[in-house]
Design a binder for this molecule. Structure first.
Ligand code: NI
Length: 489
């Protein structure tokens, strides 16, 4: 709820000093410049780390600006550090041989995007922009990590066998030829030259698309399972063809993909969700027998997920026969469909916590609508049921938010500050102080919070509380759109 983007600038420090190092000559030109390392949280489990040499303001300097992910997984961090280090070493090597005139100035850049984040996989699309004066090159790399086997998945690993990989490669080669032929047609050439050019290109296409790992270091996929392969410049054709990419539809390649990776490409999940649709009436939470007008209840609520820790929390709730309410972010629900569906099927309530945790009070009416409605639609497409309650991020709202929300606004009367104090014992103590018929705020994006839960549940049960959802807490009372609630009165 109160998650803030923490910017930890300058975790590293300025290494090297211009004046001192200038006297050492040009043996290692990188150390003449300041190297700045910084890091910034993008989610609770992923940080962006940056190595920077030279800055935009400085003219005629060789520059390096490389960002890479740092996660809660050591094996991923090792791979990513190795990966950026190789690029940085290349930069140092190249810098040595380049002068500082504008034409031959070197600029290396790397940044990344999180393309997959689920309980099973974590994936990054990495872009490198390498420029030598007036000549530049863009390269992409896809790093998908299997969190179970703790390995970086190579492209060929995705397929059932070497043979299936070769089948996919054949498909890719055919598509590449179509793309290149189309481009060739638009070029201003006489027919004979066109034919000669095409025949000259054959070898490069063959080599550039061959079933070799180095040819398939970049790929991405969309929500419908369309798979795109990105080739480097010069990989399958001469430079004037630019960066070539080809796309396969899921129908074309899905039979070659290993079962365990079907989920990754969104091939299987969609089917699973659809097939559940018939059974939704059965999995819809059963009417509670608990009457919070008669017995003391407590509604535990978890914000900002689903996250990598949500499944562990669901296990704990299940073991203890406790129900809770999850105020989820639309963007996280979208990538963690299975976790969201499980949450719903196990009888917990799903509430709306906006699409991406923006302060709704600061947004325009249209933007508030997008934040709330997109989230509702996404949740409905996964569970079959749209949320009926909203918790605005930071508990921040105004009249416009109330009006647009068109849902009751659920706040809390106990905040254990679990986002601030990542200490399971402390968080457990605080949450155990819940009042009869109160609402407790917590976050399932923090490991410590999830670890606190067995103690919390046992302490509250000892006090005679029933752990219920928001709907159960207010059963028999009316919850009105646009009104705020922090406990059952
Ligand atoms: Ni929040």
């Amino acid at each position: 709820m109160k998650k803030t983007l923490i910017t930890l600038l300058l975790i590293g420090s300025v290494i090297g000093c211009k004046n001192a190092n200038n006297q050492q000559g040009t043996e290692n030109s990188v150390e003449e410049t300041s190297v700045i390392q910084s890091s910034e949280n993008i989610t609770d489990s992923i940080q962006v780390k940056t190595i920077q040499v030279g800055s935009e303001g400085e003219e005629i300097k060789n520059r390096f600006h490389g960002s890479y992910p740092n996660t809660v997984y050591d094996f991923i961090n090792k791979e990513e550090e190795k990966f950026i280090q190789t690029y940085y070493d290349e930069f140092k090597e190249v810098s040595k041989n380049h002068g500082e005139d504008a034409v031959s100035r070197v600029s290396f850049g790397q940044h990344f995007e999180v393309v997959e984040q689920s309980n099973r996989f974590l994936g990054f699309l990495i872009e490198r922009y390498t420029s030598y004066g007036n000549n530049y090159d863009v390269q992409y790399f896809t790093h998908i990590y299997d969190l179970e086997s703790k390995q970086l998945i190579k492209f060929s690993d995705l397929f059932s066998s070497e043979n299936e990989f070769k089948n996919v490669v054949k498909l890719i080669r055919n598509k590449t030829e179509v793309v290149l032929k189309d481009q060739l047609k638009t070029m201003d050439l006489i027919e004979d030259d066109r034919k000669a050019m095409w025949s000259n290109m054959q070898e490069q296409i063959e080599e550039g698309t061959a079933a070799d790992e180095k040819n398939y270091h970049a790929f991405s996929w969309d929500d419908s399972g369309n798979l795109t392969i990105y080739f480097d410049k010069y990989q399958v054709a001469s430079g004037n063809f630019g960066n070539i990419e080809v796309t396969l539809t899921p129908e074309e390649y899905k039979n070659f993909v290993l079962n365990k990776y079907q989920e990754l490409f969104h091939i299987k999940i969609e089917e699973a969700v659809t097939s559940e649709e018939d059974d939704l009436t059965q999995t819809t939470p059963i009417e509670s027998e608990v009457d919070c007008g008669e017995v003391p209840c407590v509604a535990l609520t978890f914000d900002d997920g689903p996250s990598v820790y949500t499944n562990q929390l669901l296990d704990i709730l299940k073991e203890n026969d406790a129900k809770a309410t999850f105020f989820v972010l639309g963007k996280s629900a979208k990538v963690q469909k299975n976790t969201l569906l499980r949450t719903f099927q196990e009888g917990h309530q799903i509430g709306n916590h906006s699409w991406e945790h923006k302060d709704l009070k600061k947004l325009s009416k249209a933007d508030i609508e997008t934040q709330i409605n997109e989230t509702n639609q996404t949740i409905k497409s996964i569970t079959g049921k749209a949320p009926n309650v909203l918790r605005p991020p930071y508990g921040s709202f105004n009249n416009l938010v109330k009006e647009v929300a068109n849902m009751p606004i659920i706040l809390w009367n106990l905040d254990p500050l679990d986002w601030k104090d990542r200490d399971a014992t402390l968080v457990a103590q605080r949450m155990s102080e819940a009042q009869p018929n109160g609402i407790v705020l917590a976050h399932d994006i923090h490991k410590s919070t999830v670890e606190a839960m067995p103690k919390v549940i046992s302490a509250l049960k000892k006090k005679g509380y029933h752990l219920v959802t928001i709907d159960e807490l207010f059963a028999g009372k009316s919850l009105n759109s646009g009104q705020t609630y922090n406990k059952r009165k």
